[in-house]
Design a binder for this molecule. Structure first.
Ligand code: IDP
Ligand code: MG
Length: 160
């Protein structure tokens, strides 16, 4: 159709987004889902889980030499996280923008962190920082059969 003529695989980029234990406890799962839904991104997977320490250590392995690493893993294991995969054009980069800066006090108002949190060690959400990182994180957190393959009804109204 005329709507689909410019649709490309670039619109199928995926990112891993997680609501951290503080975000879950503070009732922000729905708010964070809502922002990605309303932007026009497609939800591909989602689950509430208490992440095993080994998974979190792997997820954050690049930060293993940081002084805050063990506290970070303890924080992330302290309750359920809501893990998600979102799909759409430049969703990795746009997801990071929607989350805001790592330190919430440097996150612009209007971003998720800029609207809902204050301390870097309680910054309520995670988003992959690059396409390759997203692929690694999605494979770490989800089995292939947990990723839903479906046609997104909104897509011809979201993309030109
Ligand atoms: P990101 O989550 O924005 O990608 P990273 O640098 O990858 O930021 O750090 C991962 C997570 O580690 C942050 O989201 C935050 O929860 C935590 N973190 C980062 N820097 C600090 C710090 O200086 N003190 C405590 N926690 C930190
Ligand atoms: Mg990071």
């Amino acid at each position: 159709t005329v709507f689909a003529k410019n649709m490309t695989d670039a619109n199928a980029e995926r990112t891993f987004i997680a609501v951290k234990p503080d975000g879950v406890q503070r009732g922000l799962v729905g708010e964070i889902i809502k922002r990605f839904e309303q932007r026009g991104y497609k939800l591909v997977a989602g689950k509430l889980m208490v992440a095993p320490k080994a998974l979190l250590e792997n997820h954050y392995k690049d930060l293993a030499d940081k002084p805050f690493y063990s506290g970070l893993v303890t924080y992330m294991a302290s309750g359920p996280v809501f893990a998600m995969v979102w799909e759409g054009k430049e969703v990795v980069k746009m997801g990071r923008k929607m989350l805001g800066a790592t330190n919430p006090r440097e996150s612009a108002p209007g971003t998720i962190r800029g609207d809902y949190c204050i301390d870097v060690g309680r910054n309520i959400c995670h988003g992959s920082d690059a396409v390759e990182t997203a692929q690694r994180e999605i494979a770490l957190w989800f089995k292939d059969d947990e990723l839903c393959d479906y046609e997104f009804a909104d897509k011809k109204w979201v993309y030109e």
